[in-house]
Design a protein around this ligand. Structure first.
Ligand code: PMP
Length: 552
């Protein structure tokens, strides 16, 4: 479409003077100047439905968060070296969510609505309910009996995909011999990368000599030098320089294709790979629901098996909740709670401050003591600053008061069932999956082959953008459409998304277009994704066979 001179000026200046390897979304980038709720507005006032931004968790331009941070900025914004009542108030509140019963930690207590009726987050949601409860048992399984205590959560809260998986495979019983860590200490930092970098430092302090780290295939954990080294998304991605010998990549489960579903085998393989490389695993970092890895919901029991096996070998377990935390998964406040596991370290970011730079790491008293033992101070200039804490407090308040966790579950289930209906009639929609408002659509060339179709996924994203609906693509083969909107996304918005996607598939994805896309798929698979796919398969072969890598 026509663009304004302000647009052209901004684009030219950006290209001239800003870091060239930062990206702009879409073939023709958008100039967004305002946001409200789950909508974004360009400089011409055109409204877009944002289905992607999981940072603006309680909504773009949220007045409460803005007022809270702004009032604090007018009063005082200093570092954490002075006492301030809000810092411990915030950290204790946040820690309470981590120890709360797995599927209930922060709902509003509203029990009245079922999926289908509520398109406004405040519809039927009572205010002021205080549902933060202590007592996560760490038993390792979902406890439906605990639902009785918390009227906000229906026992039938598991998405169907999870229930189906559970029917196929019961989670193993927990090991009584290994005590469950209690997350009692918090560090406040400024970004997800800082939180994960700190996790690596804690592992190094608490497991001296165990210098090897295991991560999940397709994972991204941050942008520092140390984190690029443990992010296959980067080191096996465009411009990446490959795997370092101290890093071991656990093949990511692919429930759609039935690959790599055994957590125990994966853990054993990673431990053995570290030993073969002359080292020992000190830590395992994993998102509880995978984001950059392609919006993958791990099979029920998978992470529990993996954790049990690794914990038995002394490996520290880090749950990266930067994307999936803070109620987004619907059935639980934290992603790891949907897997019934108890991590030693939890890292948080993105939604925590609704865009105000804030992130956090929670760990046990024992690990914090090990990290502190050498006597080196941990100081972070902006981490735990007074204004950041004010933003964080406001975010928790809004999530709780407006029942956003429960809302995410309700709207997410509605959206997932609508997507399943679309999948039934469209060959290129291979799989739809997700938890709460953390969903993915895996785009394939056809249902029989399940071959990844990144060019088609990108085309769908661009056609949806033309219809003012913003999606993005991700996964190691970039063929997964991601849906992770601000949590104020409602049933009305879900209908817009489903309606527009249906029209693109029905009216625009013609035989001619499919033919062109097929040619494009061959090109990008040959040049970019095919070699990457072989790299992952080679890693898998090496890890499970114990044979040395042929081409890593
Ligand atoms: N972990 C995960 C899972 C992430 O998605 C990201 C950011 N995309 C990070 C860590 C790093 O967070 P940040 O960009 O705030 O440093």
């Amino acid at each position: 479409g026509a663009v304004s001179s302000a647009y052209s000026t901004a684009l030219a200046a950006r290209r001239r003077s800003y870091g060239p390897n930062t990206s702009l979304s879409y073939e023709q980038p958008l100039m967004i100047v305002r946001g409200h709720g789950t909508y974004l507005y360009d400089d011409q006032g055109v409204q877009y439905l944002d289905c992607v931004n999981n940072v603006s968790h309680v909504g773009h331009g949220n007045a409460e968060v803005a007022a809270s941070a702004s009032a604090q900025l007018h009063t005082l914004n200093t570092n954490s070296r002075y006492l301030h009542p809000d810092l411990p108030r915030y950290t204790e509140l946040l820690l309470t969510t981590l120890t709360a019963t797995s599927n209930n930690s922060m709902s509003s207590g509203n029990s009245g609505n079922s999926a289908g009726g509520c398109s406004n987050i405040s519809d039927g949601c009572d205010s002021g309910g205080n549902c933060i409860r202590a007592g996560y048992s760490g038993s390792g399984t979902r406890s439906s009996s605990s639902n009785a205590t918390f009227p906000g959560i229906q026992p039938q809260s598991q998405p169907q995909s999870q229930r189906l998986q559970q029917q196929q495979k019961q989670p193993p019983s927990s090991s009584p011999t290994i005590s469950q860590p209690s997350l009692e200490v918090l560090y406040l930092v400024c970004s997800g990368s800082e939180a994960n970098d700190l996790a690596l430092r804690i592992i190094a302090a608490a497991r001296p000599g165990a210098t090897h780290i295991a991560v999940m295939g397709g994972a991204y954990h941050g942008h520092t030098s140390a984190l690029i080294q443990i992010s296959p998304y980067k080191f096996w991605g465009q411009g990446g320089t490959g795997r370092q010998p101290h890093v071991h990549v656990v093949p990511c489960p692919d429930p759609y294709r039935g690959d790599n579903l055994d957590g125990r085998a994966a853990a054993r393989a990673a431990l053995a790979a570290a030993a073969r490389a002359g080292g020992r695993l000190g830590g395992f970092l994993c998102e509880s629901v995978l984001s950059c890895g392609g919006q993958v919901v791990l099979p029920t029991g998978y992470l529990k098996e993996l954790y049990d096996e690794l914990r038995g070998a002394g490996v520290l377990l880090v749950a990266d909740e930067v994307q999936c935390g803070f109620g987004r998964c619907g059935e639980a406040f934290w992603g790891f709670q949907t897997q019934g596991v108890a991590p030693d370290i939890v890292t948080m970011g993105k939604p925590i401050g609704n865009g105000y730079p804030l992130a956090a790491l929670a760990t046990t008293r024992e690990l914090a003591a090990a990290f502190s033992a050498p006597g080196m101070e941990y100081f972070n200039t902006y981490g735990g600053s007074t204004a950041a804490v004010a933003a964080g407090l406001a975010v928790l308040r809004v999530i709780q008061r407006d029942g956003l966790q429960h809302h995410a579950q309700r709207v997410g289930e509605y959206l997932l069932s609508g997507l399943r209906r679309l999948r039934a009639t469209h060959e290129v929609l291979g799989d739809v999956r997700g938890l709460g408002l953390f969903l993915g659509i895996e785009v394939v060339r056809d249902k029989a082959s399940k071959r990844h179709a990144p060019a088609t996924a990108r085309w769908l994203k661009e056609r949806m953008k033309a219809r003012r609906v913003l999606l993005s693509t991700d996964g190691p083969y970039d063929n997964v459409l991601k849906i992770k909107p601000p949590l104020v996304f409602g049933i009305r918005e879900a209908e817009v998304l489903l309606g527009q996607l249906s029209e693109v598939l029905e009216r625009e994805l013609t035989t001619d277009v499919l033919q062109q896309l097929s040619q494009r798929e061959d090109e990008v698979w040959g040049s970019v994704y095919g070699p990457r796919y072989l790299q992952y398969r080679e890693n898998e072969r090496m890890l499970y066979s114990g044979l040395p890598p042929a081409r890593l």
